[in-house]
Design a protein around this ligand. Structure first.
Ligand SMILES: [Fe+2]
Length: 203
């Protein structure tokens, strides 16, 4: 048995430790507003999604390590829905959204795309990403089939191009906590997919 100062929250999920010393690891704070300013520089100078993601990813890594906000961030999944979202930044005309997301153990998302690029940085727990790809038939133009899996653990960063279709499952015995960053959503291109019926609907 591992010894430690276990911290239990109201729904019974057990945290590693009290973690009162998390800010001690931040020697050079990377404030959220600096991150947003750096993102603005990239978005105005890099037009294509792939190099944008490659440029943004190291900034997300630095934010995970040196943001006082993220070091202290907590979020518990809603016991009724199995998930929760906390918007950290979403302002009209600024072309991205920053949020925290938590999934309860065993909870599973729909099969969906985001209609934009995205970055998911896992901060706690484990998350299985199942990827799907379009495999249209004349009868089912929105048919999708499985295309692979990738398991994220805390510290991993996943960069998603706009045409990626995925499904998220929280695995392990504790809720997930992720830092999610999305570009400007094209709602005409954002869908939930039904692999059995071979259909898609906007969401
Ligand atoms: Fe997603």
């Amino acid at each position: 048995m591992t010894k430690g100062d276990w911290f239990v929250v109201k729904n019974g999920y057990v945290k590693d430790k009290m973690q009162d010393n998390r800010l001690e690891a931040v020697s050079h704070p990377y404030w959220l507003y600096h991150f947003l300013r750096d993102l603005e520089d990239i978005l105005t100078t890099v037009a294509d999604d792939r190099p944008r993601l490659q440029a943004i990813c190291p900034l997300v890594s630095e934010l995970l390590n040196n943001s006082p906000l993220l070091q202290l961030a907590t979020l518990e999944p809603d016991p009724n829905t199995g998930w929760e979202v906390l918007i950290l930044y979403d302002e009209p005309l600024f072309p991205l959204t920053v949020q925290l997301v938590s999934w309860a153990p065993g909870a599973m998302s729909s099969i969906h795309n985001h209609g934009t690029w995205g970055i998911v940085a896992l901060m706690d727990g484990q998350e299985e990403n199942t990827f799907w790809q379009r495999s249209p038939t004349p009868a089912c133009p929105d048919r999708v089939v499985p295309a692979g899996k990738h398991r994220l653990v805390a510290g991993d960063i996943l960069c998603l191009m706009p045409d990626v279709i995925h499904q998220v499952t929280a695995i392990g015995g504790r809720p997930t906590l992720s830092f999610n960053l999305y570009g400007e959503t094209d709602y005409d291109q954002r869908f939930e997919f039904d692999p059995v019926g071979g259909t898609a609907k906007p969401f």
